[in-house]
Design a binder for this molecule. Structure first.
Ligand SMILES: Cc1ncc(COP(=O)(O)O)c(C=O)c1O
Length: 401
């Protein structure tokens, strides 16, 4: 009999969105007359189709695959040079220097934020914000690693800051944050970088929502802060930037400057370890997707992405306006597609989920799914259509005086 990885016993059984789907199904079966009017502002998936540049490029790349002269088989595990360079140029346009050689192309920030745990031993002090995207917690739990939680609360604007009394080895940061929409400013990120350098820690920085940052003074990459190249790995993705949630393309930056001393005294480069890991366990993102991603990174491609993002941010504005009118305080919605608010009338988040579904046929995401600090909070997303978002918020508004 195989001895199983019993750490899986410690991972919560039901994934958040599976439980949401289950509750919606139960409601639909009990109220078939209302099923058609349910509006989903829960799951963080986009609804706008791929941009013109991306679609054009996909067609071109498919045609290349149809001709013997241009057909591509296995590509480099790290991604094609042309797209690694395009990603680096995308950073350069934002005033941030990234070496194309440190860019690793992958099929998702979910895969990479999960897989990076393999590079680290079990006995690290790992800081994870709470609430946050659940993948960091689940993947470390699957590895049998202990987590120290950093509270994100109204008191710190949902942006935990370094605590000098804790000596961390690995720090997860997510900015703009999923689910709170809170976004670190330059001084706050500098405090984290200084802390990491002082403690010889590594920051795992998830910037999957950087494209939603609208305030120009806010950094869209941790590398906008001096010294970050010596201590931070950055995960980014075209999922929300370019609507690639179903197309799959992400990029992870592991700067060659990051190195730590092994127990035998040898210096180990994180970039070289990640390169070795990817070369061994990953055979690359499909050529046609990489080709399309390179077009998305172009100036024209990004202009089209910004149009889609503006579409979503108009929804965020509608949601925010309703909450403001109802005196419900919230974060997010300005530099993020997510809006996070305290459940009205002292309700807990799953209770509020049921209340909203029952009384307004609107589906959101209970904050409890993102950590204990989310117990009384709720997340709405701006990824719906204008019509549905407006209708959902009209119904929402009627529920509260
Ligand atoms: C913070 C955060 N990181 C990463 C991801 C996953 O991105 P990808 O689609 O690139 O796997 C998500 C998806 O919702 C996310 O919210």
């Amino acid at each position: 009999m195989p001895k199983l990885n019993e750490n899986y016993l410690n991972v919560q059984d039901s994934y958040l969105f599976a439980e949401i789907a289950r509750r919606v199904k139960v409601y639909e079966e009990a109220h078939p007359d209302k099923a058609a009017s349910i509006i989903r502002l829960g799951i963080g998936d986009v609804t706008r189709p791929l941009t013109k540049s991306a679609i054009g490029a996909l067609h071109e790349a498919v045609d290349e695959q149809a001709a013997a002269e241009t057909f591509k088989g296995y590509g480099p595990e790290q991604g094609y040079e042309f797209v690694r360079r395009a990603a680096a140029e995308h950073y350069a346009r934002a005033g941030v220097t990234v070496d194309a050689d440190d860019v690793f192309i992958s099929d998702g920030a979910k895969s990479d934020t999960g897989n990076i745990t393999e590079l680290f031993a079990k006995d690290n002090v790992i800081l994870v914000p709470d609430p946050v995207y659940p993948v960091y917690v689940d993947t470390n739990t699957m590895d049998g690693k202990q987590i120290v939680y950093m509270n994100g609360t109204e008191e710190n604007d949902f942006l935990p800051m370094p605590d000098d009394s804790v000596k961390a080895d690995i720090i997860y940061l997510c900015s703009p944050n999923n689910p709170t929409g809170a976004c670190y400013n330059r001084e706050q990120l500098k405090a984290w970088v200084d802390y990491a350098l002082k403690n010889e820690a590594v920051i795992l920085f998830d910037s999957a929502y950087e494209a939603f940052i609208s305030e120009p003074e806010l950094p869209r990459s941790i590398y906008a802060v001096e010294g970050a190249e010596k201590c931070a790995v950055e995960f980014c993705s075209l999922s929300k930037t370019a609507g690639f949630t179903g197309t799959r393309f992400s990029y992870t930056i592991v700067p060659k400057e990051i190195a730590f001393t092994a127990s035998n005294g040898q210096r180990m480069s994180l970039r070289d370890m990640w390169n070795r890991r990817q070369s061994t366990k990953f055979n690359g993102t499909p050529y046609i997707i990489q080709y399309a991603a390179a077009k998305v990174f172009s100036e024209e491609g990004m202009k089209e992405c910004r149009e889609n993002i503006s579409y979503y941010m108009e929804n965020a504005r509608v949601i925010a306006e309703t909450l403001r009118r109802k005196n419900i305080s919230f974060t997010g919605g300005v530099n993020s597609p997510y809006i996070w608010f305290k459940c009205p009338d002292g309700m807990e988040s799953w209770e509020f989920f049921d209340y909203l579904l029952e009384n307004a046929q609107v589906v959101g995401t209970p904050g409890a799914g993102f950590g204990v600090n989310g117990k009384n909070y709720f997340r709405l997303t701006s990824f719906g259509t204008h019509e549905k978002t407006k209708e959902a918020m009209e119904r929402f508004g009627k529920l509260f005086s």
